[in-house]
Ligand binder design. Structure first.
Ligand code: PMV
Length: 333
């Protein structure tokens, strides 16, 4: 069987993409910047179905069973396959299996990792490489803009041209440039009730959104410089303001969207306290209640020792900066 398998990472946005100027083509209102993760990954195996007439789409459970994908996952994959088929002009039915190493739909970028995995697996299957220039733009057509950042490892800006808001994702620095840790507090692993897509569409209804857009160019530059100069103080300041602002927009949208839980706030408070005590640590969140605690590798053991004492955290995922997708020789089926 001609199987192609890849592992693709999730990413955590340091400058958030929130709101679209073109929902049909998933074009953002602002440039975003993320750190690629290393342990939160989606796996995808894809092979042609010799005698099939329709695609077979499977989910691998945490117990290792292959089951038919639920209707929402199937619809998302079928929608994106249409774009991939048109681009690569390849129409044969496929058998696709996928799974995640982390909670799905809980604000840990599972759609970014998943669509990046599907796109790169399809490109490899059609004989292209992991550096194929169309990968980022193709991945965006899945409807998950943040997925465009997952096909490029390290610290990534999307769109590459922040002024014109166009072009593929661009690597600002590889992961080894600054191997930050990301301690993820899973406060609630359940699937969120308001999707990122709905949140993007509501962003404009917040009266604070126009102000946010005027603040972002300087903040993006602050984060970009902090990364290039490995300046944690500068990074922490911008990243925490950015995280709170994303949720300010969500909470003031009409209707409002509240992703935080009490334990979310407890982690944020503890992180600020640890920073006051001199540790290199800051926190950010995507569209969900779970907190990404970023810290330098030197301070990570002390940070984790303090945070793990907090109650009401379901699970900790200890992740770090990582590189982009890679081909796997082990397959899901
Ligand atoms: O790519 P989407 O549609 O899942 O939206 C991502 C939204 C945030 O995670 C909140 C921010 C981001 O830039 O990743």
């Amino acid at each position: 069987m001609n199987r192609t398998s890849v592992s693709s990472p999730a990413n955590i946005a340091l400058i958030k993409y929130w709101g679209m100027r073109d929902a049909q083509n998933t074009l953002p209102n602002n440039a975003s910047l993320s750190m690629t993760l290393s342990r939160c990954v989606s796996l995808c195996t894809l092979a042609p179905l010799a005698n099939g007439t329709t695609d077979e789409i499977l989910w691998k459970t945490s117990r290792g069973a292959l089951v038919p994908a639920d209707p929402a996952l199937r619809a998302g994959i079928e929608h994106h396959l249409q774009a991939l088929r048109e681009h690569f002009d390849h129409w044969q039915p496929l058998r696709i299996a996928t799974t995640n190493s982390f909670p799905t739909g809980a604000g840990i970028a599972s759609s970014a990792a998943g669509f990046s995995a599907l796109t790169t697996a399809f490109a490899l299957y059609r004989g292209h490489s992991l550096t194929h220039p169309a990968l980022s733009d193709l991945t965006r057509l899945s409807g998950s803009g943040s997925a465009a950042r997952s096909v490029t490892g390290g610290f990534v800006q999307w769109p590459g041209n922040a002024r014109l808001l166009s072009g593929p994702a661009l690597q600002i620095a590889p992961a080894r440039h600054w191997p930050l840790h990301d301690l993820i507090a899973v406060v609630d692993a359940r699937h969120k009730t308001v999707s990122s897509r709905q949140g993007h569409l509501l962003a404009n209804s917040s009266e604070f959104y126009p102000t946010r857009l005027t603040l972002l160019p300087d903040r993006l530059e602050q984060v970009r410089r902090a990364i290039l100069e490995r300046d944690f103080t500068r990074l922490a300041d911008a990243v925490e303001r950015e995280a709170v602002e994303l949720h300010l927009i969500a909470m003031t949208s009409q209707p409002p969207v509240f992703y935080w839980r009490p334990a979310t706030l407890a982690v944020l408070e503890q992180v600020r306290q640890l920073r006051r005590e001199g540790l290199d640590v800051c926190a950010t969140l995507d569209a969900g209640p779970n907190v990404h605690v970023l810290c330098t590798p030197q301070h990570s053991p002390k940070v984790f020792a303090a945070l793990r004492k907090l109650p009401d955290i379901q699970r900790w995922i200890l992740d770090r900066a990582g590189d982009g997708p890679r081909r796997l020789e082990q397959h899901l089926y």
